[in-house]
Design a protein around this ligand. Structure first.
Ligand code: ZN
Length: 500
């Protein structure tokens, strides 16, 4: 139980929303507003906002010494989110709100000078934490939409005045169920893809097993369009996943992706390390976390700074990222499927196959901007060649096909039922148990190991891919045709430079 005169609110530390208690005391003496527990820079502005909001909402501001303490004091505090709680604490301390009325509530929101309530980031994490603590949280009405239906014990209000009215028992003007207006869905990309049967097949395999994918080919072959079609191949997120994703977007202060759809992010190649992995003074989540449960698309991958690409290795391995700040550490989820695209030729050249005059050395130097360890984490390497005249004319009997999302969803359910993870995440020991090879398929793979001098690690990658190909064919054992297809996704000659 909080001491009398205290009001609850929530900080935002990564994905967590720790409880903050606002204690307000009115003391005799020269009128002053003393606020303790915020960084110096945030203090002054917070005092101005809270005082003006109270006065401009028509409430008297106490003509006494007002002491407000935010505890604990060592939390990272970006200041604005506590305005509503501070203002209500002052109104309660000055007797404008009856003692006890604030019990059972938490408050979150920035006040404007006229008492209007503004959105803050991290509302979803705060709402979930308040609900777990058995309290109702009052948040800016504008933030309700970012909660994506997680509105149990959440009240949206649009001003300090409305907050006071609701505390006194008046129903809020905005209910969580107020329809937010639906954004029209853009037309699907997949049916617009011309040609590229082999690449489309690779997309389906990558989507089915959650394998990372690299497409290499000349400009104009349609790599970007292929990448943009991948979310259409992925099944909808379940409720738990959708809440995870919405919480990351809430922490970043961004609207979440359309309900239940896996997110897709495509940062520009000039993205900084902080934009990519997260950072800044408040440790905002980066692109890798905004891609959580979805797709991170890196177009023209060799143009990204090598140091930025290097940062991808940890999250690719662990599915999360830790950001260290001076006084705290935050963790964000970052379990994404990496989709990358690149030209085979150096920066700025738009070679077609027959016009390319690049030397093997030039190509190799360019392609080696992607480090071996990163390349190694990408399961499928697919060549996306120039379209043939027949394909461009739409005569390959392939145009207009709809995305095989249902088949991919069924394939993913099969994997989860069998082994509890998707194939790309199978550990070596579980992989051996679940990837049963027919004798002929085994012979074929072992011959490839000898011929291509494959490491155990590479062999495992091929086995995982073969497992996914066989699963798409609903075959319990991996047959030679599945193994051969898997091998084809690992057959580019990076040693000598991949040609267009
Ligand atoms: Zn070239």
């Amino acid at each position: 139980m909080a001491p009398p005169g205290s009001v609850y609110t929530r900080a935002q530390v990564g994905m967590d929303a720790p409880l903050v208690t606002v204690e307000t005391h009115l003391q005799p003496g020269t009128p002053a507003f003393i606020l303790v527990g915020l960084p110096e820079s945030a203090l002054r502005e917070s005092r101005i906002r809270v005082k003006s909001a109270i006065q401009n909402s028509g409430y008297g501001y106490p003509d006494r010494r007002v002491v407000v303490n935010l505890a604990p004091a060592d939390l990272a505090k970006d200041g604005t989110r506590y305005d509503l709680a501070i203002a209500l604490g002052i109104l309660a301390a000055s007797g404008l709100l009856k003692a006890g009325l604030l019990d059972g509530f938490e408050f979150l929101g920035e006040l404007g000078l006229y008492g209007e309530l503004r959105e803050v980031r991290g509302v979803l994490s705060a709402a979930l934490a308040a609900s777990n603590a058995g309290r109702t949280i009052m948040v800016p009405a504008a933030s309700l939409i970012s909660l994506r239906g997680n509105t149990r014990n959440v009240i949206g209000v649009s001003s300090l005045r409305e907050a006071v009215d609701v505390i006194r028992g008046k129903p809020p003007a905005t209910t969580p169920d107020t329809p937010a207006g639906t954004v029209p869905e853009p037309p699907p990309v997949y049916p617009q893809i011309v040609g590229q049967q082999l690449a489309k097949r690779a997309l389906a395999v990558a989507a089915a097993g959650a394998h990372h994918l690299l497409m290499i080919g000349p400009p104009g072959a349609g790599k970007t369009m292929l990448a943009r079609a991948i979310p259409e191949l992925l099944p909808a997120l379940d409720v738990t996943e959708a809440v995870e994703v919405a919480a990351v977007y809430s922490a970043a202060g961004l609207p979440p992706p359309p309900a239940g759809r896996p997110p897709m992010r495509s940062p520009h190649h000039t993205a900084t390390a902080a934009a990519m992995i997260g950072g800044g003074p408040y440790a905002f989540p980066g692109e890798i976390s905004l891609s959580h449960r979805g797709i991170l698309f890196l177009d023209e991958m060799p143009h990204f700074a090598p140091a930025v690409l290097d940062h991808l290795r940890e999250p690719l391995q662990t599915g999360e990222i830790h950001l260290a700040r001076v006084r705290y550490r935050v963790r964000y989820p970052a379990s994404f499927q990496l989709v990358a695209a690149m030209n085979p030729c150096p920066v700025g050249r738009t070679c077609k196959r027959e016009t390319c005059r690049c030397s093997a050395q030039e190509r190799m130097r360019y392609q080696r901007r992607i480090s071996g360890p990163l390349l190694d984490r990408i399961d499928l390497h697919v060549r996306v060649p120039e379209l043939s005249g027949r394909e461009i004319a739409g005569r390959d009997g392939n145009a207009g096909a709809t995305a095989p999302r249902d088949a991919i969803g069924a394939c993913r359910r099969l994997q989860m039922a069998r082994q509890g993870v998707l194939n790309a995440a199978l550990e070596p020991e579980a992989l051996r148990r679940h990837a049963a090879l027919s004798p002929a398929a085994r012979t074929l793979l072992l011959a490839a190991v000898d011929r291509q001098h494959l490491s155990a690690r590479s062999y495992d990658k091929i086995l995982r891919l073969a497992r996914t190909v066989a699963d798409l064919a609903v075959s319990e054992t991996i047959e030679p045709v599945h193994a051969a297809e898997a091998l084809s996704y690992r057959s580019l000659d990076w040693e000598n430079g991949v040609t267009g």
